[in-house]
Design a protein around this ligand. Structure first.
Ligand code: SAH
Ligand code: SF4
Length: 374
């Protein structure tokens, strides 16, 4: 949480990084800020609505506030921590991916996916990721830092403003962008609660899905949260030898422990768990792998999402061919495991999270090397 400035310090002397970031304030904190500014109590709700209901991109847009307050909010706080750097639109026009800069220069990606009447936003919870999964662009580019709750929420608000132009709303949020949400537990859950707040953005908890690489203590902790957020677990392999290679954190939390935590979660919440399985040609897509996966999940309130791998640069890993995906799905169905094949949306815009940032990093490195060798 950002601290307020000591009274003696004037805001003009303070760098933007030290200004309070509005989306990081909970309501009592917003209240103390406005109180310290000598504003009447009813302004709290007005500003809160301005942020989360009117979705104002700047305080200037809030015509119900006095001009002086709008100016002060603009000058002395960070209203929105995101600066869009680059936007890519998929060829079919349904998927939009944005690379944002945060106030300290860290970069994250978020994606808007439109289909039927749904608008789903995929958000990042960390800049980079420390888990180092071998098939993941984010994992390959390393860990920079955790995002704050406000920085997570801001990604949703950015796209909410876009669809609001057509009088539509964000219907779903998936925490499946860059980073491991359970490695940034507090900020992630603060963001979920903020989005869920009926006085604010008002998105139902059931419309949100948190995807984890399988951090066992985090899953157990989630089992006791009152919000009924969906849990997705990234499995990708049904035996430890293979999962150790694809998902290195498996060495710390092997499959038996992970499945035990999922069982605990289901027992506590009576909610189904989704298991993500990226199909990688000749790595985890044999008939034998499908049978093992089915055995692992039998008796569990589970659903499997099969996702043909999104190829990433400089990696020999390839997606399974269509016929293999179908054969794999068929075996799971024979074992009565419900599963769906997730469409690869926006492949042409490198929709796998982390890919845009990785590409930019590589371009910047190449440019630096070019300068150095000149
Ligand atoms: N760290 C969390 C959430 C972010 S990754 C997690 O791992 O679950 C979101 C999802 O994208 C995960 O299921 C992850 O395994 C998957 N993923 C990452 N790279 C991928 C790729 N190249 N192709 C397909 N899925 C990928
Ligand atoms: Fe991190 Fe998830 Fe990528 Fe693994 S798949 S490196 S946990 S973002």
């Amino acid at each position: 949480m950002k601290t307020f400035l000591p009274e003696a310090l004037s805001y003009e002397q303070v760098s933007p990084l030290q200004r309070p970031s509005m989306l990081d304030l909970d309501k009592p904190q917003l209240q103390s800020l406005l109180e310290a500014w000598g504003e009447p109590a009813y302004r709290v709700q007005q500003v809160w609505h301005g942020l989360y209901r009117q979705l104002a991109a700047t305080p200037e847009a809030l015509s119900n506030l006095p001009k002086a307050l709008r100016l002060r909010l603009g000058a002395e706080t960070i209203w929105d921590p995101l600066t869009p750097l680059e936007t890519l639109h998929s060829r079919d026009g349904q998927t939009h991916k944005v690379l944002f800069a945060l106030p300290d220069g860290a970069q994250v990606e978020a994606v808007l996916m439109n289909y039927a009447r749904r608008h789903t936003v995929c958000v990042s919870t960390q800049a980079g990721c420390a888990m180092g999964c071998s098939f993941c662009a984010t994992g390959q580019s390393g860990f920079q830092r955790n995002l704050s709750a406000g920085e997570i929420v801001a990604q949703v608000l950015y796209f909410a403003r876009q669809v609001a132009v057509r009088r539509e709303r964000i219907t779903n949020v998936v925490l499946m962008g860059m980073g491991e949400p359970l490695a940034n537990y507090e900020a992630t859950w603060a963001a979920i609660r903020r989005l869920n707040d009926p006085e604010g953005f008002g998105l139902g908890a059931r419309a949100m899905t948190l995807s984890t690489v399988g951090l066992v203590p985090g899953i157990r902790r989630m089992a006791h949260e009152p919000e009924q957020v969906n849990l997705a677990v990234s499995l990708h392999a049904a035996n430890d030898a293979l999962r150790d290679q694809l998902v290195p954190i498996n060495r710390r939390f092997p499959l038996a422990q992970l499945l035990e935590a999922c069982r605990y979660y289901i027992a506590q919440t009576r909610r189904r768990v989704s298991f993500e399985y990226a199909l990688i040609a000749e790595v985890n897509d044999r008939d034998e792998d499908a049978h093992q996966l089915a055995e692992l999940l039998t008796g569990l309130l589970a659903h499997v999402n099969l996702i043909p791998l999104n190829p990433i640069p400089d990696s020999p890993l390839r997606p399974s061919p269509r016929a293999r995906v179908q054969a794999f799905q068929h075996i799971l169905q024979q074992h009565h495991i419900t599963c769906t094949v997730r469409l690869r949306r926006g492949l042409d815009i490198q929709a796998g999270c982390g890919q845009l940032r990785l590409r930019r990093q590589q371009e910047e490195n190449r440019a630096t090397r070019a300068i150095q060798t000149e």
